[in-house]
Structure formats: structure tokens, C-alpha cells
Design a protein around this ligand. Structure first.
Ligand SMILES: Nc1nc2c(ncn2[C@@H]2O[C@H](COP(=O)(O)OP(=O)(O)O)[C@@H](O)[C@H]2O)c(=O)[nH]1
Ligand SMILES: [Mg+2]
Length: 368
């Protein structure tokens, strides 16, 4: 599954506005050779104060942030699962993303047509979620036909098919009610079956309330409705003003941006919150490498062990992993140099079973 966040929502809710703003200062693509470069895909740097602070200590030639990919997925309308709008193309795009940012129109503007002629967040959310559920329902039904044939196969295969059919039945019931697959409680064994289906409604969803300028700070009556819906399903919700963010993104210097935010009464850009929320929902964490040449933030999955984290830098690091020298971000901030870290006994030597922690600063020893 991609380390990326797909932006979905009805037409004219502000998806492309938010996508353009979020990708207005694209990360230097050369540093991230694995990323896909397509017009609707943007590579976004993850703002991280810790990396800035490390760079201040090490004065490296180069500082490289971690990234998140955003994908602007157009074409979702009621009936998409039956091929309306961009229909199937849309659904295949959305299957490939790691998490979904669902943009909901929470602003009034007579000049901007709403597809169903009135601003109604609850109904908009339902329209989109029903389309996603219907698409998954189709996947489930297709699988059911296949699995039923296995009921008459050998004993073991029949048993496995029976277990799978039970899961498919649970999914069928929830999805037919318009409920997402992620709302069902599965056992670990069942979860393995579900994962294999790559359902859209298993992905975590983040609601993005696109509000008018005046509501950027505290939200409005529409965003309150979205927040309630999100809370009920255990999803996250954030308030962003796409129009304001687009204006901020046009400003050239950090100072100008800061001033603009202050004038709008905001502490930080809504996009920064959006980027961080996507990163966290993807289960991503950051470790650092720091030195005179380069300070860099690297992305790993929560729970990854040292060799896997090393593999993020280079596959050879993982294959030939010997050990990792590790200290924490907090310790280097306090002690200032690696020399002092060593003297204070804060440099740890960790082996292949070490579970990497967010904020670790690491050097890897490997052998190829
Ligand atoms: N008033 C207002 N207009 C917005 C806002 N965000 C987007 N728009 C406008 O709504 C229209 C549709 O936006 P767009 O981003 O293309 O929507 P998309 O179809 O979801 O990609 C454009 O004319 C935007 O300028 C907002 O926060 N407030
Ligand atoms: Mg668009």
C-alpha cells in the first residue's frame, strides 16, 4: 500500500485548491527516486522542527526532510461505482492510496455551484461513503462467487473457504447498510482475509472541512457536523480554509507567510496539520541521520526493527546489517555534540531486534 494520501470528495468542494496549496513547494524529487511523478501526484515535505534543530547543530551541506505523497483524485460523484463520472478509473486510483483525505464543503458561496444545490455536509459525506461502500460490495460479491466454488474442493480448502465466506458475509451485511468495512471488529485471522481484498472502506479516513476565511480558526456550523460524524466513526477531522491556504502558498518567504497567518489569527497553516495528520494515520514515524554532510529525516513504519529502518536508506544496509548506533533527539539537543553523547554514556549499540523509536538518531554498521 502506498505511503500516500488520496484527496477525495464531491466536485467543487475544494480538492484541487487544497492539493495545489499543499504541493506548492514541492520537495526536491531527485531525493526520492521511488516516488511516482504524475500531474495529480505531489510530493510534500513533512515540516519537522526537530530536523531544523539538528541542522543548526551539525551545519550540514544538505538537509532533507521526510515526505508524504498527496494524490488529487477527481471524478467521484453519486453513481461512480456504476461507472458514472470517471467512475472505475477513479476507484482504481483510490484503491492504491494508503489513507483518504475526504474534503467536505463547509463554505457558502453562491458563485460556486454545489452539485446538489445546497451546502449539506452530512448528505455529501453520505453520498461519497455510499459510493465507496458500493464499490467494495462489488469486490466482496465477486470474491464470494469464487470462494463458493472451493466449498466442494478438498477438505482443507473447503474449510478455508467456509471461514472466508463467513467474513464475506459480515462485509456484505455492513457494506449493504452503507457502513465502512473498518467499522467491523475482526479477529486477526479474519483480518488477514480482509486485507487480501484491498477494500477502500478499510482505509483510514481523515475528514477535511473546507471552511470560509472567517471560520478558519474556530470552524463553523457545517464543520461541527462533520466533526460529529467523524467522531462517531472514530475518524479524524480537521478544519482548513482552502482559499486562504492557496493565498498563503503564493507568498514567497517564510516571514510573509507567518505574518499572513498571524493576521488571520492562525498559529500554523492548516496544511501543516493536514500533512501531519496524514503521516500519522499512515502509521509513519521518523528517525534521523545526522552529520556534516547531511541531516535527514527518514520514514519508517511504527514497530519496524533496526534492519528494516536501515533498509529505508538502502537495501544493502538491510541485507548486510550488523548493528546500529543510536541516540535520541532529546539527548543531542541537551548535550550538543556526539562526543558529549558518548561521554555521557548515551550512545547505545542496538542489534537486529531493536524496535526503532520516533526521534532516534541512527548510524548503521553494515557489511556487503
Ligand atoms: N469561497 C470559497 N471558495 C472556495 C474555497 N475552496 C475552493 N473554492 C472555490 O471552489 C471552486 C472549486 O474548487 P476546486 O478546488 O477546483 O474543487 P474540486 O472540484 O473539489 O477540485 C473554485 O472556484 C475554488 O476557487 C473556499 O474555501 N472558499
Ligand atoms: Mg478538482
Amino acid at each position: 500500500m502506498g505511503l500516500n494520501c488520496g484527496i477525495v470528495g464531491l466536485p467543487n468542494v475544494g480538492k484541487s485548491t487544497i492539493f495545489s496549496a499543499v504541493t506548492s513547494a514541492p520537495a526536491e524529487a531527485a531525493n526520492y527516486p521511488f516516488c511516482t511523478i504524475e500531474p495529480n501526484v505531489g510530493i510534500v515535505s513533512l515540516p519537522d522542527k526537530r530536523l531544523d534543530n539538528l541542522s543548526e547543530l551539525f551545519h550540514p551541506k544538505k538537509t532533507v526532510p521526510a515526505i508524504v505523497e498527496f494524490v488529487d483524485i477527481a471524478g467521484l460523484v453519486g453513481g461512480a461505482s456504476k461507472g458514472e463520472g470517471l467512475g472505475n478509473k477513479f476507484l482504481s486510483h483510490i484503491r492504491q492510496v494508503g489513507v483518504i483525505a475526504h474534503v467536505v464543503r463547509c463554505f457558502d458561496d453562491k458563485d460556486i455551484i454545489h452539485v446538489s444545490n445546497k451546502v449539506d455536509p452530512a448528505s455529501d459525506i453520505e453520498t461519497i461513503n455510499i459510493e465507496l461502500a458500493l464499490s467494495d460490495l462489488e469486490t466482496v460479491e465477486k470474491r464470494k462467487v469464487k470462494t463458493e466454488k472451493l466449498l466442494h474442493a478438498g477438505k482443507d480448502a473447503a474449510k478455508a473457504a467456509q471461514a472466508e465466506l463467513e467474513v464475506l458475509e459480515m462485509l456484505n451485511k455492513a457494506l449493504s447498510d452503507g457502513k465502512p468495512a473498518r467499522s467491523i471488529e475482526f479477529t486477526d485471522d479474519q483480518l488477514a482475509i480482509v486485507k487480501d481484498l484491498q477494500l477502500i472502506t478499510m482505509k483510514k479516513q481523515l475528514y477535511v472541512c473546507n471552511v470560509d476565511e472567517g471560520s478558519a480558526k474556530d470552524g463553523n456550523q457545517y464543520s461541527k457536523i462533520v466533526e460529529e460524524i467523524a467522531a462517531k466513526e472514530g475518524s479524524a477531522a480537521i478544519v482548513v480554509c482552502g482559499k486562504l491556504e492557496a493565498e498563503i502558498a503564493m507568498l514567497e518567504t517564510q516571514e510573509e507567510r507567518k505574518e499572513f497567518l498571524e493576521m488571520a489569527g492562525l498559529e500554523e497553516s492548516g496544511l501543516v496539520r493536514l500533512i501531519h495528520a496524514a503521516y500519522n494515520l499512515l502509521g509513519l514515524r521518523t528517525f534521523f541521520t545526522a552529520g556534516e554532510d547531511e541531516c535527514r529525516a527518514w520514514t519508517f513504519h511504527e514497530g519496524d526493527k533496526a534492519p528494516q529502518a536501515a533498509g529505508v536508506i538502502h537495501t544493502d544496509f538491510e541485507k548486510g546489517f550488523i548493528k546500529a548506533e543510536v541516540y535520541s533527539y532529546d539527548d543531542i539537543m541537551e548535550l550538543k555534540t556526539e562526543q558529549q553523547i558518548k561521554l555521557a554514556g548515551k550512545l547505545r549499540i542496538e542489534g537486529k531486534d531493536y524496535v526503532v523509536q520516533d526521534g532516534d538518531v541512527m548510524h548503521f554498521r553494515f557489511n556487503v
